[in-house]
Design a protein around this ligand. Structure first.
Ligand code: ATP
Length: 221
């Protein structure tokens, strides 16, 4: 199977980080920005780097963006450019279009005009940091929808040496333990009798309110 090809538009902090990470992972990446300096800065890192204004339909067509598997639009502050670029790419028939939104309203517009996925990096990172600050045991927090999330939680002292049956997280918090990580080993179908060890990480899915309750009860320090 051929490796996926990516194009990333907008070499701000977010876009250049996405482009650099994909390139490091061995993927072909086309980086696009209207700012020549930004293109010079990224050119040594990605496969191709091109200066272009992506609100110019002809320029986008000429770059053959239709042939890329995924196009990431990482223009944030200039909402008008982000929307216009997304509209043009949608018209060109890009298979998968991922767009960074600056705020909720911007996100709504992007969804309406056909973005396949709208991302809110600042909001999502803020949420993660907040959860980690409230409870240092919370290592990661991923929103699945407005109501449901997944948390990665370092096993609190009060659960170490006990098993899932004893903890009864499903009945007490209406949450489900999806996996238990021990170092690099991931137990993705934990049994009720599996013991939780020190430094294990629990991966738990649930409603946000129920997860908040669980985080509160298991908070330490
Ligand atoms: P970050 O927070 O990730 O640094 P940001 O949300 O502040 O980024 P901007 O700085 O507005 O986003 O945009 C990111 C990049 O997008 C900039 O380098 C800018 O030059 C580029 N950009 C903006 N409009 C266009 C456009 N029409 N065509 C091509 N590139 C564009």
């Amino acid at each position: 199977m051929a490796k996926k090809q990516f194009a990333v538009i907008g070499m701000g902090r977010f876009g250049s980080s996405v482009a650099g990470a994909l390139s490091n992972l061995g993927f072909e990446v086309l980086a696009i920005d209207q700012n020549e300096q930004k293109i010079q800065d990224i050119s040594g890192i990605v496969t191709h780097a091109v200066t272009a204004d992506t609100t110019d339909e002809e320029a986008l067509r000429a770059l053959g963006l239709r042939n890329f598997d995924v196009v990431v639009v990482a223009i944030g502050a200039d909402i008008q450019s982000s929307i216009l670029t997304t509209l043009i790419l949608k018209d060109l028939g890009v298979p998968r279009l991922i767009v960074k939104a600056q705020n909720e309203l911007h996100g709504k517009v992007l969804n309406k005009i056909g973005a396949d996925k709208v991302i809110f990096p600042e909001r999502d990172m803020g949420l993660r940091v907040a959860h980690h600050l409230i409870s240092p045991n919370i290592l990661d927090y991923i929103e699945l929808s407005d109501d449901y999330s997944i948390v990665e939680m370092k096993a609190p002292a009060k659960v170490v040496g006990r098993n899932l049956k004893q903890l009864d997280i499903r009945a007490k918090f209406k949450c489900n333990v999806l996996a238990i990580k021990t170092g690099d080993v991931m137990n993705i179908s934990p049994y009720a009798e599996d013991l939780i060890k020190e430094d294990d990480v629990l991966v738990i899915v649930g409603k946000n309110d129920d997860l908040a309750h669980l985080e509160f009860v298991y908070a330490e320090g």
